[in-house]
Design a protein around this ligand. Structure first.
Ligand code: F6R
Length: 614
């Protein structure tokens, strides 16, 4: 989704802004722009396309100046083109503004402003903001920060904005509501602004996460000042960033996605570190310790999430029901928030989100919180909105995930859900001590087993070469492997644009079987465990209709090998931990198919890394 960068200081702003925009490319975007306070006033440059297109567009022009803003736009209102790109400017060209989010009441505001003589050029909702601030400045005679505050009082929607005004050189005014903004405080009066910490980390580790309703005024003379919605000055709380710069680079891999797939042994291990204690046969999750008993006593758990995180939530459902004997409902956050769900104070709501900024998940949390439920977060991004909005939670320690298709975040989420379910089961007494210790040993061995699964890459690549031109694909699994089938199908469709569907294997005969012919690849998770024989029968059904079967099997399997067209072996493990292993070849397969089809693996078309609009 849209990205924001800003800089105030003594250095040249342009290279800092362009570098920052490149760091934000992973979020997904379709146009880019910058505004710099230069010797001739505001210098605004923008165009459709990549940040490199913007660089080409400005080449040969002077981009001098030490204060500036930059933006990558992911179109919502109005197609991607030069005019709709941000920054947007006032009619006199003295104000420039960038915005993430959506202004829901832009239409009546625009009508009102047009009747007052404002001329609009773009189709965006954003442009009303700059006109509104300009209008207030002129009619009320207020300064920039106060005009921004008054303007936002008229706005319905979500926003993170940064504004520059020719009358206030070397000043940026920023504000947020439901869309994140981070301020970096560097040395020698340097200040940085960004929609997430990735553009800031190479400059400073001291950051302030803006809160909803806050307005930040950053200028050369006074540094950073923050005001709340009531216009009272507040003291910003400075935190230390823990992200390492190397985590934001490809480290020799061709794509971030491949690097992140290969990071999984480490990220799963990191998500267990300090939590899984084999010696004492215990699991300790410090972040939810104070709420442990509430979870143990819960009559019901609701899991809310979107996309891949929702698939992790489904694995969580099987885990909590099997090991903690607590009924679980897994909800798409977008559906949950709009259907007046029954929520009581006894409910535990687990919100799962890699980015911690997904608008629908945030809204679902707000709703459940308002009705008294206890909200537990599972987030990857430290300091993100969801992490801060929940009552308690545990971070997945996957590290920054830059590839748009989620890989290591999924396995880290499943790891945490596994730890939670086992811990609650043990506290509740639904798992006995001996079984618990055995499960801990198995879980502890997962990172090494993932290493082994990664060694199947050459074989997976070969299979990808055979099916890369397929137009459709089916993914089948049962029990714990059903969510893996869904996740495998999502990975294929989002990065290679092949239509793919995941199904519970037994559901196939209730409809999808009609699709099967000799052209159809069917990916089946057929590991040995509770439903192995049933899945073997499902494979027979596919083969009887001449479908092509690619099966993920347990090492040493002979039965499926006889019938399937291809098999990929993964190490034996209890059913509950199979998702952590079986998903890996499916990630690799999607990756190689996408590369072979010439697709943009890390930034697939139309997709955004963090979906901050509903
Ligand atoms: C798929 C993918 C998305 C996200 C979804 C939720 O690869 O990345 O489906 O899982 O948009 O995002 P988070 O987890 O950030 O809330």
């Amino acid at each position: 989704m849209c990205g924001i960068v800003g800089y105030v200081g003594k250095k040249d702003a342009y290279p800092i802004l362009i570098n920052g925009l490149k760091r934000l490319e992973y979020r997904g975007y379709d146009s880019a722009g910058v505004a710099i306070w230069g010797p001739d006033g505001l210098n605004v440059q923008k165009c459709k396309g990549r940040v490199s297109d913007l660089e080409a567009h400005v080449s040969g022009r002077s981009m001098a100046g030490t204060t500036g803003i930059g933006h990558t736009r992911w179109a919502t209102h109005g197609e991607p083109n030069d005019v709709n790109a941000h920054p947007h400017v006032s009619n006199k060209g003295d104000l420039a503004l960038i915005h993430n989010g959506i202004i829901e009441n832009y239409a009546p505001l625009k009508e009102e402003l047009m009747s007052r003589g404002h001329v609009f050029y773009s189709d965006t909702d954003t442009e009303v903001l700059v006109h509104l601030i300009d209008d207030i400045q002129r009619t009320e005679g207020t300064d920039l920060a106060e005009s921004v505050r008054l303007a936002l009082g008229n706005v319905v929607g979500a926003y993170a904005i940064v504004v520059m005004d020719e009358k206030y050189p070397d000043m940026l005014v920023a504000a947020r509501k439901s869309s994140p903004l981070v301020i970096g405080i560097g040395e020698d009066g340097d200040h940085f602004l960004a929609s997430d910490a990735t553009p800031i980390v190479e400059h400073t580790r001291n950051v302030v996460y803006m809160e909803d309703g806050e307005i930040a005024i950053i200028d050369r003379e006074h540094g950073l000042r923050v005001r709340n919605i009531k216009n009272q000055e507040t003291r910003p709380s400075i935190q230390a960033l823990e992200i390492q710069l190397e985590a934001l680079e490809k480290g020799g891999y061709e794509h971030f996605m491949l690097k992140e797939i290969y990071e999984q042994p480490r990220s799963i291990r990191d998500s267990m570190r300090g939590r899984l204690n084999l010696a004492q046969s215990d699991i300790v999750l410090g972040g939810i310790k104070d709420h442990e008993q509430r979870i143990v006593n819960a009559k019901r758990i609701l899991i809310v999430a979107c996309g891949t995180s929702w698939h992790a939530g489904m694995v969580g459902e099987y885990l909590f029901e099997e090991y903690a004997r607590i009924p679980v409902e897994v909800e798409y956050a977008s559906e949950f928030r709009y259907r007046n769900p029954v929520i009581t104070e006894d409910d535990i709501v687990i919100a799962i989100s890699q980015s911690g900024e997904t608008a629908d998940t945030l809204a679902a949390i707000e709703l459940a919180k308002g009705r008294g439920a206890t909200i537990i977060g599972i987030c990857n991004v430290v300091g993100s909105s969801i992490a801060r909005m929940t009552h308690a939670g545990s971070y997945t320690h996957a590290g920054p995930e830059i590839g748009v298709a989620s890989t290591k975040a999924f396995t880290a989420q499943v790891t945490l859900l596994t730890l939670m379910a086992l811990m609650i089961g043990r506290r509740k007494g639904t798992i006995d001590g001996a079984k618990f210790q055995q499960l801990l040993l198995e879980l502890d061995s997962i990172p090494a087993k993932v290493e082994k699964v990664l060694k199947t890459e050459a074989q997976v690549k070969y299979i990808a070469g055979i099916y890369k031109d397929a137009r459709n694909a089916l993914y089948l699994g049962r029990g714990y492997s059903f969510p893996v089938a869904l996740e495998g199908a999502l990975k294929l469709k989002e990065i290679s644009y092949i239509h793919a569907e995941g199904y519970p294997a037994a559901e196939m005969k209730h409809g999808p079987i009609a699709l099967i012919d000799e052209e159809m690849p069917v990916f089946v998770i057929a590991t040995q465990g509770a439903s192995y024989e049933k899945v073997v029968s499902n494979i027979q059904e596919v083969k009887a209709r001449k479908g092509k079967v690619i099966a993920i099997v347990t090492e040493g399997d002979t039965i499926v090998k006889e019938i399937a067209d291809h098999t990929i072996e993964i190490p034996a493990s209890p059913d509950a931990f199979v998702p952590l292993l079986a998903v890996v070849p499916l990630q690799l397969l999607s990756y190689h198919v996408a590369v072979m089809r010439g697709c943009n693996v890390d930034q697939p078309r139309n997709l955004a890394k963090s979906v901050t609009v509903e």
